[in-house]
Design a protein around this ligand. Sequence first.
Ligand code: GAF
Length: 384
Amino acid sequence: MNVADRATAGFRQRYGTEPAGRWAAPGRVNLIGEHTDYNDGFVLPFALPLRTVVAAAPALDGRCTVWSELDGEPVEFGAAEADEPGRVDGWAAYVAGVVWALRADGHDVPGARLAVASDVPVGSGLSSSAAIESAVLAALVDLGGLDLPAGRWPRLAQRAENDYVGAPTGIMDQSAVIRGRAGHALFLDCRTEEVEQIPFDLDGAGLAVLVIDSRAPHRHADGEYAARRKSCEQAAATLGVTALRDVDVTGLDAALARLDDDETRRRVRHVVTENQRVLDTVALLRAGRVRDTGPLLTASHASMRDDFEITVPEIDTAVEAALSAGAYGARMTGGGFGGCVLALVDADAADAVAAAVTEAYAERGFTAPGTLTVLPAGGVTRLG
Ligand code: GAF
């Protein structure tokens, strides 16, 4: 059964009635621009064909009940719980967080019954959290007839994650999931929230993006993410700028000279050079030179490994094996400490590259990776 049918079937079984509608939101990968979003910088993610679907209908008692195929136990909450960050926890916190963010923004949020099904793997760094937030947000906006233009959705969904769930993430994931367009990568300026849809015609170039799920356990991912963010913010303060976005590659050496510990210097160098790599990648894509972006992807990986120090052995192994097997470029995508690698490959070489990564994993005794080729898909939508 496909994901939309599973959400509908779950809804019928749980609530004994038909949903009023179904809303779908994709996962994402980030082509390039890692840990730049919360530094007011640039990112270039795209939405995946894997989606989370929410089947929903209004509930007259004003309360929310949410069931997920991944859990089976429904979670119910009212305005009081939603108004208090932390009261609802686990996966349902992403749902309560959206209710909270909408209420905090002044909206009269309807009660709702929701059933969630998802093809976006949880814990793989493909933004299953932004997918559920965005699908729920779209459902509640429609069910409640809320006056909330889609341009404001990413910040709202981000607020749910930052202030209700308590994860200090940036604006990239929700933007990709909400604003993604099939056949395009989303060039986002995280300071102004301006976007440009950049044609990313993999098919036309005979290329594919191979996504490799490292299956590495997320070791200390949350604490390390927060630590990276803090170190960037402290460096910006020391340099007297609003955010590291305000340092560009021409001013990098001078900025580094003003920082007195080596670790901070490396963190700053990653962010500043990564922003430039995003701009360079966009320029190549605009010129239709998709294949030539490969070295930038690989340079981004080296920077994450050596300067930002957010990779793990499984991830580095996947990148090296993909490159040895002929990928044009490969890098970790997402927050780090596990998650996925993406490799830019000839479409007809994708299977061979996947096999080479699987073999390299076996040699090192790692749990076998997951592999999948993807094309950029569309963002959040109502299915009917
Ligand atoms: C995670 C966060 F959610 C994003 O905001 C971003 O910072 C990313 O890590 C790193 O680029 O996905």
